[in-house]
Design a protein around this ligand. Sequence first.
Ligand code: VGL
Ligand code: ZN
Length: 203
Amino acid sequence: MRPANEALIVIDIQNDFCQNGALAVIDGDAIIAPINDMLSDFSACILTQDWHPAGHSSFASTHDGRSSFDMIDMPYGHQILWPDHCIQSTDGAAFHNELKVEKADLIIRKGFRPKIDSYSAFFENDKTTPTGLEGYMRTRGIDTITIVGLATDFCVAYSALDASKLGFKVTVDMTACRSIDVDGSLEAAILKMRNAGVRLKHG
Ligand code: VGL
Ligand code: ZN
């Protein structure tokens, strides 16, 4: 068992990011078994759940004439538009039924504000609106974080970069992550994480 100062954050293991989901990540289901093993190994386990209202501003369908994976400018910066996904209370937003959700101490929902997307478990995409997770971590005495889940190049990377910026010691276990990889997003995310001092574990 890992010591009490170490936490595992499992990012968005939800039906819409898994096989046949609305924003399916290739091979996403393959990481569920290793993540379940990790959930038994860590004494502090946090799950994130992408949780959008219908008509969310990150959905291409919300913007006339736009397609999925188009880039638009939002008041807070660039935003990739996505297919409708993880709509609150739908089956697509539910955790994959093989994930050992019962091992989690905390489930943090993100992306519920209609006009702002939230990739990171710590801050929304405006980089200032907090989710509250930082305080949870600090009040539990956690200083070291391992991050796994979907997708490497979006929610995993954003969470890792924020955690590192906040002063946590961060490892991304790449064996338990899978990526979307649009327009070189995976390579860019890996570079940013390396430069930020995030440890990338490959085996
Ligand atoms: C994610 C795109 C949109 C993710 C969430 O979990 O990486 N990606 N919403
Ligand atoms: Zn989303």
